[in-house]
Design a protein around this ligand. Structure first.
Ligand code: SME
Length: 160
């Protein structure tokens, strides 16, 4: 049994330090990318408050394809450059969107989503996946979330 949980009241860098350590321990020694992404989606869901969707899209033959996640069923494929996920993948830059309704081309998978953070996972200089977090609270994600999720993406990149 894995028993990772955030320190009560932890937030910002402290929360993400624990999350990154837990993620590294969780994927240690497991070569299967789907198993690792499934557990990582569950771990993010457990650590990061105020989410209604957390998971992965994988880069497959030039488009993003839905991977393991927690949340409502979501769109299966996203073209590079499309929506928040496709923009993060195309630019190789994290996208922190305070108001998804104001983001041109935002793809609505859950009507409850109000803000979104998408972080690319890069291996050997190319995007192999994105991590997508949605929140029902407008402007839920701050600089600490971006930095923390980017640290997570670096740690898990060899394991997904
Ligand atoms: N909103 C995303 C689509 C994926 S769902 O949020 C799970 C986008 O605009 O790319």
């Amino acid at each position: 049994m894995f028993d990772f949980s955030p320190e009560p009241g932890a937030s910002g860098p402290e929360l993400y330090d624990s999350l990154v350590q837990a993620a590294a321990a969780l994927v240690d020694g497991e070569p299967d990318p789907v198993a690792n992404m499934a557990n990582l989606a569950a771990l993010i869901w457990q650590f990061v408050p105020e989410l209604n969707w957390a998971g992965f899209y994988r880069m497959i033959e030039g488009e993003l394809v839905l991977g393991p996640f927690i949340g409502k069923p979501a769109c299966l494929r996203i073209a590079l450059g499309s929506g928040v996920c496709g923009t993060a993948a195309a630019t190789m830059q994290s996208q922190c969107v305070a108001d998804v309704h104001a983001f041109p081309g935002h793809i609505a998978c859950d009507a409850a989503s109000a803000s979104e953070l998408v972080v690319p996972v890069i291996r050997d200089g190319t995007v192999i996946a994105v991590i997508d977090l949605d929140s029902p609270r407008p402007a839920r994600f701050a600089a600490d979330d971006v930095t923390g999720m980017e640290a997570l993406a670096r740690i898990i990149s060899p394991s997904i």
